[in-house]
Ligand binder design. Structure first.
Ligand code: PGA
Length: 252
């Protein structure tokens, strides 16, 4: 499995800036990695035209319905039409700033999987939850919300559809605080054990687990070297093509 280097631009880079980023993204000398960029939905088409072949795109959020009176929302088919293959589901800003619930996250996961797109499910604890010793409880609650519904389990287990998981401790996002490699290994271990219990080994694509939260060129190598870390989901440091490429190059 190639390490995944994913960039979540959040609400940065409109179409023109996205095109400039794509044109500057020289990937010829990179080690074998899978690059995925999540621009704002409005910049997907411009970035698709500008990035070199082999760079995958994703959308930061979708609605679970196919169409209808949902002002401001984007459907999975629209995401695909704009040239994206991945979708972030349940990012902590969606959960904590926009009040997205586990139930809504599960509906979005189902819509993404049914459309044959690849969900990147984000889970993570707040600082308070970590201090209260609730790391495992919170991670498993967020993961079980998508593994418990029978339709989702069957899409993932029997349909063999691909999914990616991202562990993003909320206290490390955009704060400059990073989990230690040992923290990442502990959390990834909790998630990997649950995936195995619920999905088993057969008929399932292995689920890569990414670490996210203040990943920078200076710490990416150490984090990616940690046990059970299959890649990184990068926010702020993915906005500049040079620093995004430096992170991709730090894969040993
Ligand atoms: P950050 O964001 O790298 O800026 O901390 C990570 C994320 O929110 O995915």
């Amino acid at each position: 499995m190639r390490p995944i280097i994913a960039g979540n631009w959040k609400m940065h880079h409109g179409p023109e800036e996205a095109a400039r980023f794509g044109e500057a993204l020289g990937i010829a000398d990179l080690p074998p990695v899978e690059l995925v960029l999540f621009p704002p939905a409005i910049s997907l088409a411009a970035l698709r035209k500008a990035v070199p072949e082999g760079v995958a795109l994703g959308c930061q959020n979708v609605h679970w319905e196919d169409r209808g009176a949902f002002t401001g929302e984007t459907s999975v088919e629209m995401v695909r039409g704009a040239g994206a293959e991945f979708v972030l589901v349940g990012h902590s800003e969606r959960r904590h700033v926009f009040g997205e619930t586990d139930d809504q996250v599960a509906k979005k996961m189902a819509a993404v999987l049914r459309a044959d797109l690849v969900p990147v499910l984000c889970v993570g604890e707040t600082l308070g939850e970590r201090r209260d010793g609730r790391l495992e409880e919170v991670l498993l609650r967020q993961l079980d919300a998508v593994l418990d519904p029978p339709e989702l389990r069957s899409l993932l287990r029997d349909g063999g559809q691909r999914m990616v998981l991202a562990y993003e401790p909320v206290w490390a996002i955009g704060t400059g605080e990073t989990a230690t490699p040992a923290d990442a290994t502990e959390a990834h271990g909790i998630l990997a054990r649950r995936l195995l219990e619920r999905l088993g080994k057969e008929g399932t694509n292995p689920v890569p687990i990414l670490y996210g939260g203040s990943v920078k060129p200076g710490n990416a190598g150490e984090l990616m070297g940690a046990d059970r870390v299959d890649g990184v989901l990068v926010g702020g440091a993915s906005l500049d093509s040079k620093s995004f490429l430096a992170i991709a190059r730090s894969v040993a």
